[in-house]
Design a protein around this ligand. Structure first.
Ligand SMILES: Cc1cc2nc3c(=O)[nH]c(=O)nc-3n(C[C@H](O)[C@H](O)[C@H](O)COP(=O)(O)OP(=O)(O)OC[C@H]3O[C@@H](n4cnc5c(N)ncnc54)[C@H](O)[C@@H]3O)c2cc1C
Length: 426
């Protein structure tokens, strides 16, 4: 562990650190996986526990992508409300995805428990917070949709939501008891440790250079080795590093940044999120806030810290801290980091069939802990059992997003303008 200032908090506080040396030489396996985030690790763990031989390669360190950078909200669904999912996918396919993702937190927390993963798990629900009457109307509609499906959700009025968050800025909230928070990088590395114990091979610093069908097998070439495999799972999502011959994931990159304070005092923590729910909000440019195990407050929002709007987003984070919790105005941040989300046009993840016994899962649109673990687990099961009906969404033979560069600029410009405007309204 390090406590270097202004680095990714999850890297500085990660209690799990399995060894994953680069691949050298040739291996033959049942399942090859490219990408060492939640999707790839859940697939590796599930496949190895089912008795298959597995080799996962990761271009950088384990959890380098979205899995090591996210907020850590383990939600029971997508960002889209369930009626929208059913409208887009149709009733039957929509219900299948909704019910699979409703179980996703249970899947995640039971893996954490079974493998004793040291990832700061808290399962007290999440609070979807409204900062305005329009936001509260959105929550009322989401509450009705979720309650109609039997979900354990509760709508909190302004007084209840303020007591629960400790913030005077919240006008109401939707509590989802199925959800919770984790230290996301530690979850990802803990899944890797469990997969290694179950017999999987996991190699960091091993980018795939080419992936091709060769007779009845898939051949993945790396700098110092080759994997020959019956089945292939591509799990590179928004951090895909290109290689030859296989279609890359197609998505709109959207950035999200976070800032974390030093651990707050016991007195401060009496008033701030006393039950430690993770929070996100109904704003057009979505933001989040939560505590970590040590009592640091973490605020985040859509926006690219490494782009021209970086200073605007950083100033917004400082102001947001004081608005959410006036007693913290002026408190310095000790950690900051940013990541890339793979957004699809309809906000629904995709499974693309890359050829015989080969799938690519991506496009979680900002909801990849529960969905990533679910898609990875089920993709491995589907590939090893040659049964695509096990998948949470029907695989498609190709998926294309239009005007991705223009949409990326649109999202980033919108986030920068809204964060700049927030400064002017005080
Ligand atoms: C800032 C941020 C906040 C978020 N907050 C939340 C949240 O609170 N809750 C939630 O559910 N979701 C959240 N998400 C989304 C979630 O983090 C992602 O959907 C999820 O991590 C995707 O997991 P993955 O395994 O599919 O991909 P990733 O974790 O991105 O892993 C892909 C991996 O593939 C590797 N790779 C790429 N190309 C190659 C190659 N050629 N060879 C070998 N390896 C390669 C990359 O290095 C990377 O490590 C957030 C995302 C971000 C960025």
């Amino acid at each position: 562990m390090t406590s270097d200032p202004l680095v990714n908090l999850w890297q500085a506080t990660c209690a799990e650190n399995p060894e994953a040396p680069a691949l050298e030489g040739d291996v033959a396996v049942d399942l090859a996986i490219v990408g060492g985030g939640f999707t790839g690790m859940a697939a590796a763990l599930g496949a190895a526990e089912a008795g298959a031989s597995v080799c996962l390669i990761e271009a950088r360190d384990i959890g380098h992508g979205g899995s090591g950078r996210n907020v850590g909200l383990v939600n029971a669904g997508l960002w889209l409300p369930p009626d929208d999912i059913e409208r887009t996918l149709g009733r039957q396919a929509g219900e299948c995805l909704i019910s699979e993702l409703a179980r996703a937190p249970e899947r995640v927390y039971s893996l954490i428990e079974r493998h004793a993963i040291a990832c700061e798990p808290v399962r007290n629900g999440t609070l979807h917070c409204a900062h305005s009457p329009a936001g509260y109307a959105d929550l009322q509609s989401r509450h009705a949709q979720q309650a109609a499906r039997g979900a354990p959700v509760a709508l909190l009025d302004a007084n209840e939501a303020r007591a629960r968050t400790g913030s005077p800025r919240v006008h109401g909230a939707l509590h989802d008891a199925r959800a919770g928070t984790v230290q996301p990088l530690a979850l990802c590395r803990g899944l890797a440790r469990a997969a290694l114990s179950a017999g999987a091979r996991i190699h960091g610093h091993t980018p795939a250079r080419s992936v091709a069908r060769d007779g009845d097998l898939w051949t993945i070439r790396t700098d110092a080795g080759t994997i020959r495999s019956k089945a292939l799972l591509l799990a590179t999502n928004a951090y895909h590093q290109p290689f030859a011959e296989v279609a890359p994931p197609h998505y709109v990159p959207v950035h999200f940044f976070q800032f974390a304070t030093a651990p707050l005092s016991a007195r401060q923590l009496e008033q701030i999120l006393p039950e430690k729910e993770g929070c996100w909000d109904t704003a057009l440019v979505m933001s989040s806030f939560r505590l970590d195990q040590a009592g640091r407050l973490i605020v985040g929002a859509m926006g690219n810290l490494d782009g021209p709007g970086g200073p605007v987003h950083a100033a917004w984070a400082r102001r947001m801290l004081g608005r959410l919790y006036p007693q913290l105005a002026g408190v310095a941040f000790e950690h900051t980091w940013c990541g890339r989300i793979a957004m699809t046009g309809d906000h629904i993840p995709r499974i693309v069939s890359l050829g015989p016994d080969a799938l690519s899962c991506y496009g979680y649109s900002g909801r990849g802990i529960g969905p990533g673990v679910t898609f990875g687990t089920l993709a491995a099961e589907a590939l090893l059992n040659d049964d695509m009906t096990l998948l949470p969404v029907k695989p498609v033979s190709a998926h294309d997003e239009t005007f991705t560069a223009a949409k990326e600029i649109y999202y980033e410009t919108g986030a920068t303008m809204i964060h700049a405007l927030a400064a002017r309204v005080g």
